[in-house]
Design a protein around this ligand. Structure first.
Ligand code: ZN
Length: 263
């Protein structure tokens, strides 16, 4: 990570946030690592020198450990940015410990999320548990949300065949949620969504890819590759956005019906 950013210009340091801590630039946006309730420091920042809450309140089993080094929490490698798999926030995490690369050890970082305070591990850069893959979609009914979350989690752990199976099953969830009967074929569900006006004829080719990719994953031996599965997941996300999320969001801008019947 490059938390120090390109400090070559003469730009004044950014002001401290409401938490009283002063940010320094990093390359990507991150949230203030002060735990909830967060302050309004929500721009490209990481805390430079402070009583890092993510680093506090921890037992360090360090005494008598061979070749161990203690570092300051303001060290450039004391923070790392990631999407927390537990709470879903994009955060600058507190690196609690890391193996010594200068000693030739396998690269491992033990990191704590400043939002939910849960921990993750990066093994040679690979996050565990992994964050869900794909885009979040708002406004889903519970069973569709659960199925889509499972598809994202599958892709996040590179279970691509399972991801495609669930994406195809989501077609059934959506059609039945919108009034179709259970027990039909996936092709019939796609026709129902089109005939009911939830999808358009121009959407049909890629909506049908969700079905056909799921068929391949179900009936053929070679596993799904990441490119195809991530495409299937992206098509599924787009379908769910058009069927549910747009309607969910537009309702946030609509006035409740007048009790007098006047416009
Ligand atoms: Zn978290």
């Amino acid at each position: 990570m490059h938390h120090q950013g390109g400090a070559s210009g003469a730009a004044p340091p950014p002001p401290p946030g409401a938490c009283g801590l002063r940010p320094i630039p990093v390359r990507r946006a991150a949230r203030c690592p002060v735990p909830r309730p967060r302050c309004d420091l929500n721009y490209m920042s990481v805390i430079q020198s402070c009583a890092m809450p993510g680093h506090g309140g921890i037992y360090h089993y360090l005494q008598n450990a061979p070749n161990a080094i203690s570092r300051d929490v303001a060290h450039a490698e004391a923070h790392d940015q990631f999407v927390c798999p537990h709470c879903g926030d994009s955060v600058v995490g507190a690196v609690i410990a890391a193996t010594r690369q200068d000693a030739g050890l396998v690269g491992v970082q033990w990191i704590r999320c400043p939002s939910c305070h849960q921990g993750v591990v990066k093994n040679t850069g690979m996050l565990a548990p992994s964050a869900p893959a794909g885009e979040a979609v708002d406004g889903l009914p519970p069973d569709v949300a659960a199925a889509y979350a499972e598809a994202r989690n599958c892709a996040g752990v590179r279970a691509y065949t399972a991801c495609e199976l669930i994406c195809r099953k989501i077609l059934m969830h959506v059609a039945v949620d919108k009034g179709d009967a259970a027990g039909k074929s996936f092709a019939q569900y796609i026709d129902y969504l089109e005939n009911s006006g939830y999808t358009t004829p121009t959407m049909k080719p890629w909506v049908d890819l969700i079905r056909t990719h799921g068929n391949v994953s179900t009936h053929e031996i070679p596993p799904a590759d990441s490119g195809r599965a991530m495409g299937t997941l992206a098509f599924t996300a787009q379908l769910l956005k058009l069927v549910y999320e747009m309607d969910f969001k537009v309702k946030q801008f609509m006035s409740p019906p007048s009790s007098t019947g006047t416009p």
